[in-house]
Design a protein around this ligand. Structure first.
Ligand code: HEC
Length: 136
């Protein structure tokens, strides 16, 4: 009897933690962020309104054959790092004035998630290139 009365509150406490934890867990999936925030304009392996993004982490800016980049982005000289991507996603035109991507992402966790997702999508060497109709 004594054991049960002492055990019950402990069990409740554990349950309470178990119940509340998932609502606080950081469950932001990079795949979902990409689908929700980028896929309207980007795909991984083909050019849409924006260029194909597979392997973007580590690749030189504006280097995708067959995509007609803005002059601003074409004349930029840097390689995409996670930090630069983070700045780009917050405000593309602040990083590269004249860039054509009109989208701003203010949620740092979403930016982190989608950058991690892009990083996990493999590099340029591994990618299966899909030629784009009409591309040069
Ligand atoms: C409204 C359309 C649109 C949305 C939404 C959008 N982009 Fe873009 N993105 C573009 C366009 C257009 C360009 C080409 C910019 C240029 O040429 O100046 C671009 C370029 C880029 C580049 C440069 C690629 C390279 O080859 O140098 C990166 C990286 C990028 N976008 C990432 C993202 C990510 C990640 C998201 C989602 C979080 C996203 N974009 C959402 C339109 C969009």
């Amino acid at each position: 009897m004594k054991v049960r009365t002492r055990a019950a509150p402990l069990w409740l406490a554990v349950t309470a933690i178990g119940v509340s934890f998932p609502t606080h867990a950081e469950d932001i999936s990079g795949t979902r962020v990409f689908q929700a925030r980028c896929a309207a304009c980007h795909a991984l392996d083909e050019h849409r309104w924006g260029p194909a993004l597979r392997g973007v982490v580590g690749r030189p800016v504006a280097n995708q054959p067959g995509y007609d980049y803005s002059r601003a982005l074409k004349s930029a000289r840097f390689q995409w790092t996670e930090e630069l991507l983070d700045r780009w996603l917050q405000n593309p035109a602040a990083l590269v004035p004249g860039a054509r991507m009109r989208a701003h992402f203010s949620d740092a966790k979403e930016r982190d998630a989608v950058i991690a997702y892009l990083k996990a999508q493999g590099g340029v060497a591994e990618r299966a290139v899909t030629p784009v109709a009409g591309g040069s």
